[in-house]
Design a protein around this ligand. Structure first.
Ligand code: ASP
Length: 261
């Protein structure tokens, strides 16, 4: 369990609770989401159940957990000994400081505190688009903090007339700019997926230039033609593509700022 940014073994919040955010959206505008859910290893499955089985879009906290258990999902403790030890170590200083591009840094220097999201966009043979995203959010966040990932329009958005987009990085800046909705709307106006992602990242810089230099945010998008693209604030955001020809192709996303190593 070396991944500390999503699901089981995710780093906890500052009070020691692992809380997860996830959402899902289909080609008909159906969507479901869970925020700050605890003890459920696959929050995306609960988001799917919210979409399929309730009249609502979003369930949070205890209500989301209760719903998951009612639907037959077994609760389990997600805080591993390793994550607990990292939290205890963090408590000594208790400084909240997101570290960007943890996936690269983990490979380089062993596991550290941080944040990441799994965002997925899919185009089927009929040309329908769907998407999902899931995360344990920012390591050592305040208890009750919800990021962009479960918020339709922020962490994920799909409009089957146009395309889909998803995001990763510091969710507060994505929410402020309704990032994924913005990317889809920019594609509607004629931008390519990469151009739309770049413009959405540029808005983040424009709104908070000093913050933008210190954090990571990345967007990924696909359009109806199956063209895809990504753009990030910082170097180090990469994405994977699977189609008939390629499986697991890792593509480095373009970026505004070169990472200081
Ligand atoms: N977007 C996630 C959040 O803010 C974290 C990440 O993707 O790095 O919770």
């Amino acid at each position: 369990m070396h991944n500390h940014t999503v699901g089981r073994a995710g780093y906890p919040d500052r009070d020691g609770f692992v809380t997860l955010d996830a959402c899902i959206m289909d080609e008909n505008g159906n969507c479901g989401s869970v925020g700050a859910i605890q003890d459920i290893a696959h929050p995306i499955s609960v988001a799917r159940l919210v979409m399929d089985k309730t009249p609502h879009v979003m369930l949070v906290g205890d209500g989301a957990r209760q719903f998951a258990i009612e639907q037959g999902i077994k609760p389990e403790k997600l805080l591993t000994a390793e994550s607990k030890a990292a939290w205890k170590k963090w408590l000594k200083k208790a400084e909240y400081s997101p570290v960007m591009n943890i996936e690269n840094k983990q490979a380089r220097q062993g596991s550290k505190y941080n944040h990441d999201t799994i965002g997925m966009l899919a185009l089927d043979a009929k040309g329908n688009i769907g998407g999902a995203c899931t995360t344990s959010g920012m390591a050592f966040k305040m208890h009750g903090r919800v990021g962009d990932s479960p918020i339709i329009g922020a962490g994920l958005y799909v409009d089957n007339e146009v395309g889909g987009a998803t995001s990763t990085g510091v969710g507060e800046e994505v929410i402020r700019n309704v990032g994924s909705f913005l990317v889809v709307e920019l594609m509607r106006q004629g931008m390519s997926p990469e151009e739309a992602c770049k413009e959405a990242v540029a808005r983040i810089i424009k709104k908070k230039p000093e913050v933008a230099k210190q954090i990571q945010v990345g967007f990924l998008a696909i359009n109806k033609k199956g063209e895809y693209g990504a753009y990030a604030l910082q170097e180090g955001f990469s994405f994977a593509v699977c189609d008939n020809n390629k499986q697991d192709l890792i593509i480095p996303g373009k970026y505004f700022y070169k990472e200081v190593k």
